[in-house]
Design a binder for this molecule. Structure first.
Ligand code: 5GP
Length: 206
């Protein structure tokens, strides 16, 4: 960005139902630009095969997580499918201050909390092309037992209904992850052009 007076990063909240391909979209986004930092969440969920501590999540016990809550270390947290998930605050603020756009990939309850706490966050919802496609994808995910999948479908239905509360919606149809990443970057660019984000510059004009 050329204007030195508005170089603080943008806080970017990404939500979307399980199975919609958020991970693929964000991997594309990170490939396209070095201006983004991914905030690694803490969770009490058990690691899935291939997941790494500090890369995918910070894996915590319930006691450790509750201690983080008590210490005020989390920007937000929520309970999802029987586990805690939360965003460590320190990393987010450090990266924003350094000028990076910080990505929070979080579920709807947490997203709504962030919107209240940080009204200038850009909220993007990644939607599936249809409910049927999403449910089919969730059902064939072999990594989880059936009751977890059924629970995820119920949660997905609830999450889809939250879509209108976001600032932007992008549809991740098959093979469209790249376009979704572009859409997200466009949303962040548009946000940076708002006059209130250019206060340092504009105050010189008025
Ligand atoms: P998963 O168990 O599939 O990795 O994640 C389950 C849900 O938790 C996803 O919707 C994911 O976006 C959300 N999630 C991951 N990290 C956080 C977090 O720090 N806070 C909140 N509120 N949700 C999170």
């Amino acid at each position: 960005m050329s204007n030195k007076k508005c170089e603080k990063g943008t806080l970017l909240v990404i939500s979307g139902p399980s199975g919609v391909g958020k991970g693929t979209v964000l991997a594309e986004l990170m490939k396209k630009s070095e201006d983004y930092a991914y905030s690694v969440s803490a969770t009490t969920r058990a690691p899935r095969e291939g997941e790494q501590e500090g890369k995918n999540y910070f894996f915590k016990t319930k006691e450790e997580f509750e201690q983080m809550i008590e210490n005020g270390e989390l920007l937000e947290y929520a309970s999802y499918n029987g586990n805690y998930y939360g965003t460590p605050k320190k990393y987010v603020d450090k990266m924003l201050a350094s000028g990076k756009n910080v990505i929070l990939e979080i579920e709807v309850q947490g997203a709504m909390k962030v919107k209240k706490l940080r009204p200038d966050a850009v909220m993007v919802f990644i939607a599936p092309e249809s409910k049927d496609v999403l449910y089919e994808r969730l059902s064939v995910r072999a990594t989880e037992p059936k009751d977890v999948i059924i629970n995820r479908i119920e949660i997905a239905e609830r999450e889809l209904r939250a879509c209108p509360f976001y600032d932007y919606v992008t549809v991740n149809a098959d093979g469209k992850a790249d376009k979704c990443a572009e859409d997200i970057m466009a949303a962040v660019r548009a946000e940076k052009l708002k006059p209130e984000k250019m206060f340092g510059l504009i105050s010189e004009f008025i």
